[in-house]
Ligand binder design. Structure first.
Ligand SMILES: [Zn+2]
Length: 250
């Protein structure tokens, strides 16, 4: 990537009035959060974890749930720290330019870095909360984990006795329409769409890029590899996210 290209894209970000950032797994790998399907991915190395992520298995099999709770005790997100990429996005907000962060990640690292939680749109949910499958009661995850540590292998909802899971979107589970609507809305309203660390191949989140482009936004894609939406990019920055983002924003 040339210095000129980076400088030109930097100008675009600097002049943005409503910047929307869309992030995927690639921004969190520097924080030690593994992706799912890569060579070192969570599911590549542990197929049982993929089975637990299918909602019908989870709901139908207490053993799958017990294994899932044991995995949750050691989820990397509990100890992971935000990296330079997350911090650079906080800088956009500090400058008063941030219209929203749409993230496919469930690790909560944008909020941990200091991004206003009200601006983070988590299209695949978050591991930091539990939700009851029956009554939708939502609570901080640490309450359920404390019960698991105390010996309850499959803690039930304290309100209704229903099945608890992390407040994430499992395979076979519907996305939350209000969350997706909000992601599309901020994409329609932005003047700069900065997509970072996503292959942009998972829908509907990937649609945010053509939506923003159609609404007249400048599209900047930062990733370690090609993406499914490269044809929409005005600025394509390929390389180390942790190096490019601070240079693009700082
Ligand atoms: Zn409940």
């Amino acid at each position: 990537m040339s210095t000129e290209l980076l400088q030109a894209a930097r100008e675009v970000v600097a002049n943005g009035r409503r910047v929307v950032v869309l992030t995927g797994a690639g921004i969190s790998t520097d924080s030690g959060i593994p992706d799912f399907r890569g060579p070192n991915g969570l599911w590549t190395k542990n197929p049982a974890a993929e089975k637990a992520s299918d909602i019908s298995h989870y709901l139908g099999d207490p053993e799958v749930r017990a294994a899932a709770w044991q995995n949750r005790l050691t989820t990397p997100a509990w100890t992971a720290e935000p990296n330079r990429g997350h911090v650079a996005i906080v800088e956009i907000e500090r400058r008063g330019q941030l219209h929203g962060v749409i993230t496919q990640n469930i690790d909560g690292l944008h909020q941990k870095a200091g991004t206003d939680p009200a601006k983070v749109i988590e299209v695949h949910g978050t591991v930091w909360f539990t939700r009851c499958w029956d009554c939708e009661d939502r609570r901080p995850m640490d309450q359920a984990l404390a019960r698991v540590r105390a010996g309850d292998g499959d803690p039930a909802c304290l309100e209704c006795g229903g099945i608890l899971k992390s407040d994430t979107i499992s395979f076979g589970q519907s996305l939350v329409p209000e969350v997706i609507d909000r992601a599309m809305q901020v994409s329609d309203q932005c003047d700069v769409m900065l997509a970072v660390g996503s292959t942009l191949s998972v829908f509907p989140a990937a649609n945010c890029v053509p939506r923003a482009k159609a609404a007249g936004a400048q599209v900047i894609i930062v990733n370690g590899d090609e993406t499914a939406m490269d044809r929409y990019a005005d600025w394509l920055l390929v390389g180390q996210i942790g190096e490019i983002l601070p240079a693009l924003i700082g």
